[in-house]
Design a binder for this molecule. Structure first.
Ligand code: ARG
Length: 654
């Protein structure tokens, strides 16, 4: 049961006496931060009183507390401080509620009464290039949201809206026509296509850098001049000037290191005879590759044939990564799927008077937004926005969507603002659209995470490294056990896989998704702290208790054993277990899996406190022992279930 919901439902009609819109303040009823303020706390008396003339918040809190009837499951309400209402659940009620969880496979989480058809648009790499660290967040956050919504009973469709029609195809087509290694292609076409993509990319970068280097040098010289003048004239007591000086120095340092890495790359390529001659042969390679894309889009038979040949290979390559991450899609309808619909979309927008010509392009000017959305460029080409509009129409008309989540980098937020505004005007007013945006993964230098040589980090090699590191940690931990190691090599490998992949996913999910985060191996895989490892370990610890006591967990659940919450730490643990439902509901509404990671971390901590304070196997009396074993069992079930909704596995031994 969702306790928070139950409380709010009781308060809402009471609040209606003092406000026309109780729903606007009802969220101020929350779980309390500190047990001394009760289990839940309501703070709405303050904002409500502020709107009423001459009413003191505390008096209003007393009036509300008197009026609302919670006597069936709460202790009498307490009003504290300037007007907080503290709510404490009745002990026997909480015991009964916890008891009901024992046989409940859903762990107290009801199936929604208002199921929606939800499309989760996630991962969506531009295929034809290998997946890299930049694809991690959308894949992992999208997958977690998918799983939570599905568990709550929504009809969820995971759609991988891959970029399969973009410039990267021009690059491999160009590479295929000019640099193909036939034998390699026969052996493994995916590997050869990836090589061709990297080669063409490298050669285009080479020429771009060659042009950029002198400009960079001039820029640095100018900054150095500025620095010199500043150093000569600076008044050391001027704090602002000192700050400016420091910033200038760091800017120069940064640019110099960028320049150095550009020069290094240029030199590296020039030293390679083969690459050097290729670079010399195609100074215009970037444009030539773009021309191949344009030909593809214009329907050129040869390029279309090549595209059709390459696409399945590209899909196979990304599937390898999804299989490793245990991520599943119901649909993979990429950008190319919508190409035949784009002309009609533009025609319809024009006909409805929403799109107009502006400087040769066709634009939509959405109400309240400054920038227009371009749906057809001067040269007749359709855009990313046109494709997204066609996609929405398809999702509503064919898939019957009620809600669409776009799990996409925050750098695209303007695109989605324009898109959503356009869609409303276009007439899809009932559709709920949500940009589930996220920040960037940074390196320790607080810049986007790269390899030491400055290249993007491949996703597969990242997963490999994580599993390898996890293996060392698991093996060390096993060796250090007081009674000697317990695990076979096969078990260690299995655990390392769960810890390594879980660690990466968890580190990504635990942050507020809007912010950037720093990728840190040591923190991510640590046994202590807010990590998957810590929770996986808590789970294994509970399994250990059952092993040691030779206890059949299924029997324990069915034997009508009675649950009691005598100790404070038992009560706190039970309350947390019962909050699972309200947490999942909040994840589903805001598409924020970090609510679930926070919850699980707190649950593991409360379990630790309980386990340190209370004897379980050696409990003084049989009925206490049984009751505590039930609490252990429930904790482990919520941890493993919660982690599974995050796409993370647990192991019975670690
Ligand atoms: N392929 C796009 C990119 O890599 C992301 C697509 C996201 N989904 C969408 N419907 N726009 O930037």
């Amino acid at each position: 049961m969702n306790i928070l919901d139950a409380l709010r439902t009781r308060f809402e009609p009471v609040l209606a006496e003092w406000t026309d819109d109780p729903s606007s303040v009802i969220e101020m009823l929350k779980a309390s931060q500190d047990a001394k303020f009760g289990d839940y706390q309501a703070n709405f008396a303050m904002p409500l009183a502020a709107k009423l003339d001459g009413v003191k918040p505390r008096d209003l809190a007393v009036l509300i507390a008197d009026k609302v009837d919670l006597s069936d499951f709460c202790e009498p309400l307490e009003v504290a401080g300037p007007g907080f209402i503290n709510i404490k659940l009745k002990q026997d009620w909480l015991e009964g509620l916890t008891q009901q969880l024992v046989p409940d496979e859903r762990l107290g989480v009801p199936v929604t009464e208002t199921p929606q058809k939800v499309i989760v648009d996630f991962s969506a790499p531009n295929v034809a290039k290998p997946m890299h660290v930049g694809h991690l967040r959308s894949s992992v956050i999208g997958d977690a949201n998918y799983r939570v919504l599905q568990f709550l009973g929504h009809d969820v469709v995971g759609d991988n809206h891959i970029g399969d029609w973009g410039t990267q195809f021009g690059m491999i087509i160009f590479g295929f026509k000019n640099f193909l290694d036939e034998d390699a292609f026969q052996q493994s076409s995916v590997t050869e296509l990836a090589r061709l993509y990297r080669l063409v990319n490298q050669l285009s970068d080479y020429h771009a850098n060659k042009i950029a280097v002198p400009t960079r040098q001039t820029e640095i010289e100018q900054l150095e001049d500025k620095l010199k003048t500043l150093e000569e004239t600076i008044d050391q007591s001027d704090k602002k000037a000192r700050k400016q000086l420091k910033k200038l120095k760091s800017d120069i340092g940064e640019r110099k290191s960028e320049l150095a890495s550009m020069q290094e790359k240029l030199a590296e390529l020039e030293q390679n005879e083969d690459l050097n001659s290729k670079a010399a042969a195609f100074p215009e390679i970037a444009r030539l590759a773009r021309d191949e894309t344009a030909k593809l889009h214009a329907g050129d038979a040869e390029n279309l044939e090549l595209w059709k040949q390459f696409l399945p290979e590209c899909l196979d390559a990304i599937q390898v990564v999804y299989d490793r991450l245990n991520i599943h899609f119901d649909l993979t309808l990429g950008e190319s799927y919508y190409q035949p619909m784009l002309a009609d979309v533009v025609a319809d927008l024009k006909q409805k008077g929403l799109a107009q010509e502006s400087q040769g392009a066709i634009c939509v000017f959405a109400e309240g937004l400054k920038a227009p959305s371009i749906v057809q460029k001067q040269d007749g080409a359709f855009t990313y926005a046109t494709t997204d509009l066609a996609t929405i129409k398809y999702r509503v008309e064919e898939l019957k969507a009620d809600r669409v989540l776009y799990v996409v980098d925050s750098r695209q937020s303007e695109h989605f603002q324009l898109l959503f505004a356009t869609v409303k005007q276009w007439g899809f007013t009932d559709l709920e659209l949500q940009h589930v945006s996220f920040g960037t993964i940074l390196g320790k230098n607080k810049r986007p995470y790269k390899t030491r040589s400055g290249d993007t980090v491949g996703l597969e090699s990242l997963l490999d490294e994580s599993i390898q590191r996890a293996h060392t940690i698991v093996a060390d931990n096993d060796e250090a056990k007081p009674d000697g190691p317990e695990l076979s090599e096969a078990e260690r490998l299995q655990i390392a896989e769960a810890v390594g992949l879980g660690g990466i996913k968890y580190a990504d999910l635990k942050h507020n998704r809007d912010s950037d985060y720093v990728f840190d191996w040591d923190k991510m895989l640590a046994y202590r702290g807010d990590t998957a490892t810590y929770m996986q370990y808590a789970y294994a610890r509970v399994c250990g208790i059952f092993r040691k006591g030779n206890i059949d967990r299924n029997a324990l659940r069915t034997e009508q054993s009675v649950l009691q919450l005598t100790e404070e730490s038992e009560r706190a643990l039970a309350l947390q277990i019962n909050r699972y439902s309200e947490i999942l509901e909040s994840v589903a509404i805001e598409a924020r899996p970090n609510y679930l990671t926070n919850y699980l971390f707190e649950l593991s901590n409360l379990f630790s406190t309980f386990y340190n304070n209370c004897q379980v196997l050696k409990a003084e009396e049989e009925h206490i022992r049984t009751s505590r074993l039930l609490l252990c069992d429930l904790t482990a079930r919520v941890i493993t279930h919660g982690l599974s909704l995050l796409g993370i596995r647990t192991c019975e031994r670690m």
